[in-house]
Design a protein around this ligand. Structure first.
Ligand code: HXC
Length: 254
């Protein structure tokens, strides 16, 4: 029987690439997002691929909406095995100029949103007696390094990385679930690239700091996600894989 996966923030960038690739790989795919127009376009794009899918409008900051999305998915496909916590929010702002609500907004999307969706998912696992489910989280290398100028995102991603490891142990024992993470480097055609590479000069500086000399693509992230969620990766648990061309290891960029 086909397995079902829910991808948050799946209407653009890496989320959309992962959704399309997972449908190609034979999953039933459910995409959530906040923007109705983007959801409609994603629905059309997913229709080009054989199989079943659905789109749901929701905000990961709303725990009840997360539970409703999981229950809607279970009603449609019988059960929900897997989740990609891809939805994120970010902006560059010096921390001493950041408002408390700016901090809260990013932490709410990234860290609390990951918890909200994971918690809703496990309620479904309990009701449907799902064993061997999966969660894939998206972090960034500033989860374990410094994130000057993006403090709320860095702190939240650090939380998500810890939650990845914590749930890998807790839900590994309890549900034989696998919980892993990807740490993408600079990836083209993403919200992160649009927001963080502020000018062509800045983007060029980032590119030069990548040992492989280029940005990654959403499709490369999607390829890794498909493998991490496959049976081939059945012994992978609590791991974070950096797919970044060696970017974070490059301590001497000059
Ligand atoms: C300072 C800012 C700001 C900015 C927003 N705020 N943008 N402060 N500089 N550039 C403050 C606002 O003033 C407000 O605080 C608070 O944040 C909430 O802003 P809203 O616009 O009302 O929030 P909302 O509409 O919910 O939008 C959330 C958002 C937005 C995060 C601000 O950008 C968004 O929805 N982003 C989703 C897509 C995204 O960001 N993708 C990139 C992910 S990149 P006050 O005090 O005024 O009320 C990523 C990692 C990349 O995750 C890593 C690459 C290596």
């Amino acid at each position: 029987m086909k397995k079902t996966i829910l991808v948050t923030g799946g209407t653009s960038g890496m989320g959309k690439a992962m959704a399309l690739a997972l449908k190609e790989a034979g999953w039933n795919v459910v995409v959530t997002g906040r923007d109705a127009e983007r959801l409609q376009q994603t629905d059309l794009d997913l229709q080009q691929i054989a199989g079943e899918h659905a789109v749901i409008q929701m905000d990961v900051r709303d725990p009840e909406a997360c539970l409703a999305a999981v229950n809607q998915t279970r009603a449609r496909f019988g059960r929900l095995e897997a989740l990609i916590n891809n939805a994120a929010g970010n902006f560059i702002c010096p921390t001493d100029e950041l408002s408390p609500n700016g901090w809260k907004t990013v932490v709410d999307i990234v860290l609390n949103g990951t918890f909200n969706c994971s918690h809703a998912l496990v309620k479904g696992w309990q009701e449907d007696q799902v064993v061997g489910g999966q969660i894939l989280n998206i972090v960034a290398s500033y989860a374990w390094q410094a994130g000057a100028g993006v403090a709320p995102s860095a702190a939240a991603k650090a939380g998500v990385l810890n939650l990845t490891r914590t749930l890998a142990v807790e839900w590994g024992y309890k549900y034989q679930a696998r919980v892993n993470a990807i740490s993408p480097g600079p990836i083209e055609r993403t919200g992160g690239a649009d927001k963080l590479a502020m000018s062509p000069e800045h983007a060029e500086r980032i590119r030069r700091n990548v040992p492989l000399g280029r940005f990654g693509t959403p499709e490369e992230i999607a390829g890794l996600a498909v493998w991490m969620l496959s049976d081939q990766a059945g012994y992978l648990n609590g791991e974070c894989i950096a797919l970044d061309g060696g970017h974070w290891l490059n301590k001497q960029p000059f």
